[in-house]
Design a binder for this molecule. Structure first.
Ligand code: HEM
Length: 225
């Protein structure tokens, strides 16, 4: 047990933990996107999907607690590793002609914190109903929580819709480096794999960005509702 704790407190252990939790969060995003795209099938599909998710509170709360744990572990270890690296470096580099580091890799802490702020707003908006309680309290004809109406009304507010699109760009930027870095931590790092891993990461990040952004954009351009 002590050995395991010592490993996960070392910088390689932290990197492994960040990689595992990062990939789990990407899996959550893929599942969340697939669920959200039911929006395009209309109110009945999305509302019955949301009602089914909430129909099993034990499962829902286990998943929520699991997701929160993964998110906190990812965040805390990423911040701890960034501080460890900074302390180990001691003095700042004189020559900032970064070799392998890309802009996305150098700004992971900043983009990560922006994603954290976005998630805090997103949960207040759609999960807790704090920002727009009037949208949150709607029910459909069958008496189910009207998740479709909540999203539609939310994204009819231009600043909300465009704010979401901007946040999705930051999420994609974070993931474009995060996915490849995680996969490389698991050993996909050599001349054969590295270019494919990079392309795959950028592709998946863009796909998630386009998928999520399609909803506020469709509402803003009057294609649904
Ligand atoms: C247009 C994009 C998105 C839409 C329309 C959307 C929609 C929703 C909705 C409706 C809920 C509440 C589900 C419910 O309680 O019935 C939710 C929950 C959540 N969303 Fe999103 N989401 C989007 C993007 C994202 C992104 C990019 C992230 C992460 C970076 C995210 C993270 C979460 C989390 C963590 C929850 C809480 C899950 C739970 O309540 O169990 N969402 N989202």
């Amino acid at each position: 047990m002590n050995n395991l704790l010592a490993f996960f407190s070392s910088s390689i252990g932290r990197k492994v933990l960040i990689a595992i939790t990062g990939l789990l969060l990407v899996l959550f995003l893929i599942a969340h996107l697939i669920g959200n795209l039911l929006f395009f099938l209309g109110p009945d599909s999305l509302n019955s999907y949301a009602a089914a998710l909430k129909g099993n509170p034990a499962l829902l709360w286990s998943a929520r607690i699991g997701l929160l744990t993964v998110f906190v572990l990812h965040l805390m270890n990423a911040l701890a590793l960034a501080m460890q690296n900074r302390a180990a470096r001691g003095v700042q580099y004189q020559n900032k002609g970064y070799m392998a580091a890309t802009a996305a890799s150098r700004t992971m802490v900043i983009t990560g914190l922006v994603v954290l702020l976005y998630v805090a707003y997103h949960l207040s908006h759609f999960t807790l109903g704090l920002t727009n309680p009037d949208h949150f309290s709607m029910h459909d004809a069958q008496g189910r929580h009207d998740v479709y109406g909540m999203i539609l009304h939310g994204f009819q507010i231009p600043v909300v819709a465009w704010g979401y699109v901007a946040a999705m760009l930051v999420v994609a930027y974070h993931l474009s480096h995060g996915i490849q870095s995680s996969l490389q931590t698991f050993g996909l790092r050599n001349e054969n794999y590295t270019p494919c891993v990079k392309q795959f990461s950028v592709f998946l990040a863009l796909l998630l960005c386009l998928g999520f952004s399609s909803i506020p954009l469709a509402v803003q351009f009057g294609l649904v509702g």
